[in-house]
Design a protein around this ligand. Structure first.
Ligand SMILES: Nc1ncnc2c1ncn2[C@@H]1O[C@H](COP(=O)(O)OP(=O)(O)OP(=O)(O)O)[C@@H](O)[C@H]1O
Ligand SMILES: Cc1ncsc1CCO
Length: 544
């Protein structure tokens, strides 16, 4: 019998410990298959060999009825005894070569891949599919490897070592995949032609479901539905000042009309300032750290700000739940890795958050963004340590490459603040001048830029990149006007909120931008494109 051709689009991995009360594994598997599961992997870590074989035969009877392949986890002997269609191995299990010799040429063999090193070691192996993960953190395997997140998944998919494997080898993604993040994962991994993600491998969501049939139908719909809002759907031009003004007006108009709720989980220092900034910018803030209400808030939320400025490790479950539910409802997530390079705890919290779900915007100062990029940066607390000195010549190119590389790895938008603010969607990089040195001596001006970005993006979901650019221009403009005639940082902070309020009224901004005072501030945008080889082209300057 030739090796069967397999539809890997909805792959169920069992875990009998997670079944709902009074439900047998056999019943749960059958219901899931009726909902659209296309492959079943039987994973039993606690059963004796005899019990495993007995259960394997029982489940095989069901899968056969529906013509769905049964894959046995880890145990070649059980796969042979049950005459299952295949075997799935990890790196502590039987190696692929031995498994192939024992099982023969007709059986399916799948392998777990958790990092780049394992992928290299697989060169030339006779296997049929790869289970890549964990994508996100999960409780199913408490001892699991660190989550890959979107950046780790993209690193793997871009790796040329796939050349040592059958071309277009199917991939299933595993670990924390649910109906809330599946489309994000598929979208984030798209564009890597060397292989194809065929679908999710799901454990807890399906196995613990009261209604697995209905849940699997939802998974199936998501697999074929168009992707959730990505940031690149909306084409826009910033070729001259007039185009920039038009874009600012259209973004602000939506903000003004909707007054979206912006859920903040933010630090104790800036809560009040950020809430006032949010109101002044046209949003409706709610500062809440109650895990019990994150899902309810996500239902009505416009965008979500996650700022780890004073976070303790106890807050990790809250972060997971908040990211998960905001991903589920498609609310943009803005992450501020405050002080990311200052301590071991902050470095690990950054990794935890980036491995918890899809993040639309990462916003930080230079020290924070370089930490996210994987550099070891000794930060002085929450303040940036700027070593890429100025914003001219080679150092401006270095900054442009830094933000665009981080954005490419996470397939999102990255903002790096400083005297000049840098923003990239991985393809273009824009350096935005403006702002005032007083911002450097008022705490929370970076944090509340995250708030304004979230406010602008909340109701402009099909043009996220443009919304972020507009947020920074408006923010910097308000900061400069607020500095006119003030005594120092204290009165600047008050004047700043006044100016933000004045500008965010759509007609106010529109009128103000066309006035000579605006031109006199000398704000500008410098724009680079990045080609497919990753090179930056010549930049173009637009004076506002
Ligand atoms: N010297 C400066 N000139 C112009 N703008 C500045 C200057 N310093 C900071 N800014 C502006 O201040 C805002 C915050 O940037 P900064 O890099 O200080 O953030 P941060 O370190 O994260 O702040 P915080 O942690 O206090 O919230 C940005 O909009 C940035 O453009
Ligand atoms: C000062 C400070 N410390 C933790 S968070 C924060 C606010 C600015 O990031």
């Amino acid at each position: 019998m030739p090796r069967p051709s397999v539809d890997y689009s909805l792959y169920l991995v069992t875990d009998s410990g997670l079944l709902p009360k009074n439900r047998s594994l056999a019943e749960q598997v059958e219901r899931a298959i009726r909902g659209g599961v296309t492959v079943v992997q039987l994973r039993e870590k606690k059963l004796s060999t005899a019990e495993f074989i007995k259960r394997g035969r029982e489940i095989h009877e069901i899968t056969r009825k529906y013509n769905v392949p049964l894959i046995i986890n880890d145990r070649v002997d059980v796969a042979l005894a049950v005459d299952a269609e295949g075997l799935h191995v990890g790196w502590d299990d039987c190696d692929v070569k031995t498994a192939r010799e024992l099982l023969g040429p007709d059986k399916i063999i799948g392998v777990s891949i958790t990092n780049l090193d394992e992928l290299s070691r697989l060169h030339g192996a006779d296997c049929d599919y790869l289970g890549v993960g964990p994508i996100y953190a999960t409780n199913t395997k408490p001892d699991h490897d660190p989550p890959l997140g979107i950046s780790g998944l993209r690193d793997l998919l871009q790796r040329k070592n796939f050349e040592g494997l059958p071309s277009k080898i199917p991939i299933v993604v595993i670990g924390g995949v649910n109906t809330g993040n599946l489309q994000w994962i598929k979208w984030a991994a798209s564009g890597e032609e060397r292989m194809s993600i065929q679908g999710p491998a799901v454990v807890s969501a399906i196995i613990s479901s009261e209604d697995p049939e209905d849940l699997c139908l939802s998974f199936r719909k998501l697999l074929t539905a168009p992707p959730a809002f990505a940031f690149s759907q909306h084409e826009f031009k910033l070729d001259d000042a007039a185009e920039v003004y038009t874009n600012i007006s259209s973004i602000l108009k939506n903000v003004h009309e909707h007054k979206s709720m912006i859920h903040h989980i933010t630090n104790d220092v800036v809560k009040n300032f950020s809430a006032n900034v949010c109101l002044a910018a046209g949003g409706s803030p709610i500062m809440s750290e109650n895990i019990e209400e994150t899902a309810d808030l996500a239902r009505i939320n416009g965008a979500f700000v996650l700022n780890m400025g004073t976070a303790s490790p106890d807050a990790h479950p809250l972060f997971f739940e908040a990211i998960r539910s905001n991903n589920q409802f498609g609310n943009p997530v803005v992450f501020d890795p405050v002080g990311a390079g200052a301590s071991k705890l902050r470095r690990s919290t950054t990794a935890v958050i980036l491995g918890a779900g899809y993040i639309d915007v990462i916003k930080g100062n230079e020290g924070e963004i370089r930490t996210v990029a994987g550099e070891t940066v000794e930060m002085r607390g929450v303040d940036s340590v700027d070593t890429i000195l100025d914003d001219e010549g080679e150092s401006s190119k270095t900054k442009a490459l830094l933000v665009s590389t981080v954005a490419q790895r996470h397939k999102n938008i990255v903002v790096m603040t400083g005297v000049t603010d840098w923003v990239s969607d991985g393809k273009s990089v824009i350096a935005i001048s403006g702002g005032h040195m007083l911002q450097g001596v008022v705490t929370g001006t970076g944090c509340s830029l995250g708030t304004v970005i979230a406010t602008m993006i909340a109701n402009n979901r099909n043009c996220k990149f443009l919304s972020v650019i507009v947020a920074i221009i408006v923010y910097n403009y308000a900061a400069m006007r607020a500095a006119e005639g003030v005594e120092g940082p204290g009165s600047w902070a008050v004047a700043f909120i006044d100016w933000l309020f004045r500008l965010s009224g759509q007609s106010g901004m529109d009128a103000l931008f066309r006035k000579p005072e605006f031109k006199e501030l000398g704000m500008s945008l410098e724009i680079w494109g990045r080609d497919s080889e990753g090179n930056l082209g010549e930049s173009k300057k637009v004076r506002l």
